[in-house]
Write a protein that binds this ligand. Sequence first.
Ligand code: C2E
Ligand code: CA
Ligand code: CA
Ligand code: CA
Length: 275
Amino acid sequence: AKRTHRAGTVIFNAVQANELNRQKIVEEALVAADLERELSLVYQPITCVGTRRCIGFEALARWQSPRIGRVSPAEFIPVAEHNGRITMMTRLLLSQALAAARQWPDDVYLSFNLSPHDLTSPESTLRIVAIVLKSGFDPRRINFEITETAVMHDFEQASASIQMLRELGCGIALDDFGTGYSSLNHVHKLPLTKIKIDGSFVRDIHTRRTSFKIVKSVLALCAEMELQAIVEGVETEEELRILEGLGVEAVQGFYFGKPMEATATIAVLSPPMLE
Ligand code: C2E
Ligand code: CA
Ligand code: CA
Ligand code: CA
């Protein structure tokens, strides 16, 4: 191959090589992992803005590898999707999440992230349906979060899988709305029940007029389409106030709670009595 001596290119290649190397390390550790022991879930509250009460929890995966330590789901989920271990992961995690959700009151729901893989064949979706049915947990209290990438690969199949989950009684949220390949087409063609507005729009909502306007118009779209909107990544009182002013009903983020162990969720649901 032709070599270039331009510093920028060399540095860029070094960064790419490092990333590839890291990916390989994660991949090898994942293949060897004892998923049942090493994988776990934490739960982040979803809060009703009007009442300040927790109305649900999103389950978020954690992996503690004895070989390479803690790995972020943003890193290992794509690798697991690539090598197929995601099937086993979804199965383990969903059962675990449903067991945790059993301890919550009836009006608190579980939000669970699905991978593209879970929507690419009738079999993989039926496996999810089977886990839900076997758990005995009310499917109407489950919300599955899907991303637009999941839908993009094979729209027809993804759409059929989503329909299957809807018929079971589950809600479906389109995650990270506004990032990536957002297409209004998806919003209108899929049987969705919720939209999760990505935290990146909240980060600078008080300084950037554009972010404010985007959130405002997405909220209007949601109202029009009768979709519930959840705003993610709310970290400060100031952000919350602006969102409240825009009529946002539900939020998620560090302001109301960081992802926590299942045992800690109970305390969030039964706050101490006010004096
Ligand atoms: P996501 O579904 O968009 O999840 C929200 C992410 O934002 C979580 O990162 C959460 O910890 C983080 N977050 C929550 N509140 C705030 C906030 O106020 N500020 C900031 N800066 N961040 C906040 P996490 O847990 O690292 O998960 C990363 C991604 O990995 C998730 O993004 C999701 O796409 C994926 N993921 C996590 N668990 C699962 C899973 O069980 N299955 C699948 N398929 N994907 C998962
Ligand atoms: Ca999510
Ligand atoms: Ca999200
Ligand atoms: Ca995200």
